[in-house]
Design a protein around this ligand. Sequence first.
Ligand SMILES: [Cu+2]
Length: 246
Amino acid sequence: MNKITKPLFGLFLMLFVVFVAGNISTLQAQETEKKSQMALHHLHISMLNHGLEMAAQGANLEMISTMEMNPDVKPELESITLKHGRDMVTRGKELIERAIQGSAMEELHKESGTSGKTMQYTHDLGNAMLDVVGYLDKMHMKFPTGKSMSLHHMHLALNHALVMAIEGSDLIMLGQMGMSPKVDGFSIEHGKKMISEAESIWKKTMEGKAMKDLMSDKKSDLMERTHKLGDAVQKVFGMLENMPEA
Ligand SMILES: [Cu+2]
């Protein structure tokens, strides 16, 4: 090598080393992000979605137990149903809180930081779900009659739609994990249909004639809370539809 090519070779070698090192660190960062995304999707299924599903089903049990629709139902059975429903709402809420504030999340923060796109999404989804649980928590009336009874029948359908969207979201995540290529496509497609069907049930119930008739009566706290619940659930539906891929 002459006097000119030697320094040039040194420069190229240095640039090459910087380039390779840069690529390795990008790949490592991508790998860490991917691992964190997968962990967060497991957390979405087993803690966030499951917690909200528990709360919605628990709220339905609470309402059913206070409707007194059949005099033959023994009071002790009603009280078991009421207590079980209450426990489900409470534990569902605790599960969501644990998902976004608990030890599993702390570990994930230590491993991959707090700023990833999916991490931000997970915290936003958890908070949106806690808003919904706040309304579910105060849904049941002691002994509903007339308008409250009609609203409670709508709440049962609305909560069913919410559970349907959650199950659809679980199917989408399961499919995206790519563990069974022959089934994954169906799982994702079916999950998407479940969320859109759930949104349609929700819209029909909230904007239908029965609701409009009830709204033309005197304003009530329960009606006001029903519409606030409606807004909070719409937000969750939108977020479940736009969850970042695993
Ligand atoms: Cu976090």
